[in-house]
Design a protein around this ligand. Structure first.
Ligand SMILES: [Zn+2]
Length: 137
C-alpha cells in the first residue's frame, strides 16, 4: 500500500499524481486543492493527472539524519540521498529519495533519472511503498 495515499499510481509504469489547473494548465505536486500555484490565476478547479516519469537532477543532498515522513528510512538508520528532480514535461521540481545503493557521489546535476516505486518500510501486515528516483544509466 502507498505510504502516502493518492500521491502516485501503483500500476506499471508508476507515475506521480499531480493536479492540472482547469483554468490555466499549471501543474502542481502534491495536488492543488483550493488555489492555483500560478499567482495570476484565480482557478479553483483541478484535474488529477499523472506526471512525467522522469526528469533531470536539479539538486541533491545527503540525508544524514532521520528525515520527517514520508522520507522514513530503515532501522537502524542508514544515510541515503534525496534528489530534487525537474520533471521532463512539467518543469517543476519534485523531491524524492534516491534508490538504495546510489549515494551523493554517484549523482550529478543534470543527470537523467526515472521514477520507481520501492518499499519504504514494512510492518507485520503491509509493505509501505514510496516513489524514488533512479539514475537512468
Ligand atoms: Zn491556474
Amino acid at each position: 500500500m502507498p505510504a502516502v495515499e493518492g500521491w502516485f499510481t501503483l500500476e506499471e509504469p508508476a507515475a506521480l499524481l499531480g493536479s492540472r489547473c482547469d483554468t490555466c494548465g499549471t501543474c502542481a505536486f502534491p495536488k492543488a486543492a483550493f488555489f492555483c500555484g500560478n499567482p495570476t490565476c484565480d482557478g479553483t478547479t483541478f484535474t488529477e493527472v499523472p506526471l512525467s516519469r522522469g526528469g533531470k537532477v536539479w539538486s541533491f543532498t545527503d540525508a544524514r539524519y532521520q528525515p520527517p515522513p514520508p522520507y522514513m528510512a530503515t532501522e537502524p538508520y542508514a544515510p541515503f540521498a534525496i534528489a530534487a528532480v525537474e520533471l521532463a514535461e512539467e518543469k517543476m521540481v519534485v523531491m524524492g529519495q534516491v534508490v538504495a545503493g546510489v549515494g551523493v557521489d554517484d549523482l550529478r546535476i543534470g543527470m537523467d533519472v526515472e521514477l520507481v516505486i520501492e518499499t519504504l518500510y514494512e510492518d507485520d501486515d503491509h509493505e509501505y511503498l514510496v516513489w524514488k528516483w533512479r539514475p537512468c544509466d
